[in-house]
Write a protein that binds this ligand. Structure first.
Ligand SMILES: [Fe+2]
Length: 259
């Protein structure tokens, strides 16, 4: 994982129990139950899983205008899983149970390679910057901005370093995500423009692998050194993909109360 950041295992017809057991062998689980707008009645999977499908509690694709779907498709923006949590995710393990007839690729961008390709001046500029991340920011980007007070409280921003160092290798990476919405101490428009520039740089094709799913694929990625995004697929077709998540080792920066 340190070397490649994304690993693909074809032909793994796992049960949920096997998927979970394998995950637990790699580290402690992150609780992802409160990351979505899915209500308990919609849960198709045990709370140890993030349900990344487009299916409601009766295995039917959400209607195209369903609010839960419109929130969920925010994952088509480049992001790192759970960067909106004070302790963000380490590894994600995603398994394909059903896939649509076309589309639905997952693309990965290597943020270590992207960091190394930055010029020295930019490396210096971003070295000590701290961003605020929230699902409110990523959703605002796609025009999804109506949240209840409870949701606003649940999704309030956390802080993350913009440059991370992978502990075992010492390799640096840019810790970007569409959830990043501000840079502490910077005027907002300038912060958004720097984040956009860095994202454009980091997602050039030379840094990107596009995964075309097959049923029974298991793909594991390191959220500390990659971003990823889902690609569109026909909304009336089922895409049943199930994720477990390994918790990170700790916060990337001391958590002052985020504004
Ligand atoms: Fe994701």
């Amino acid at each position: 994982m340190d070397r490649y950041a994304v690993l693909v295992f074809h032909d793994q017809p796992l049960t949920n129990e096997q998927h979970l057991a394998f995950t637990l062998a790699l580290g402690p689980l992150e609780n992802t139950a409160r990351n979505t707008l899915r209500k308990a009645a919609d849960f198709r999977l045990p709370p140890t899983f993030a349900d990344v499908s487009n299916l409601d509690g009766s295995n039917t694709p959400y209607a195209a205008d369903d609010r839960r779907r419109l929130f969920a498709i925010g994952n088509r923006l480049w992001h790192s899983d759970s960067s909106f949590k004070a302790v963000p995710a380490k590894y994600s393990l995603l398994r394909a149970v059903r896939i649509p007839s076309k589309g639905g690729n997952t693309e990965f961008a290597h943020m270590g390679a992207a960091y190394e390709a930055l010029d020295g001046e930019t490396k210096l500029l971003i070295e000590d910057l701290v961003c605020e991340h929230s699902q409110l920011f990523s959703r605002e980007t796609i025009g999804f901005a109506e949240f209840t007070p409870e949701e606003r409280e649940r999704f309030k921003p956390v802080r993350q370093r913009l440059v991370r160092t992978l502990p075992r290798t010492g390799r640096k990476s840019i810790y970007l995500s569409s959830h990043a919405g501000t840079i502490v101490g910077w005027p907002l428009p300038e912060a958004r423009l720097l984040l956009r520039d860095l994202t454009e740089h980091a997602t050039q094709r030379e840094f990107v692998y596009s995964h075309r799913w097959q049923v029974h694929d298991l793909v594991i990625w390191d959220n500390r050194q990659t971003m990823h995004r889902g690609r569109p697929y026909p909304p009336d077709e089922a895409r049943d993909v199930r994720r477990t998540t390994i918790a990170g080792d700790g916060p990337t920066v001391e958590q002052a109360a985020a504004a």
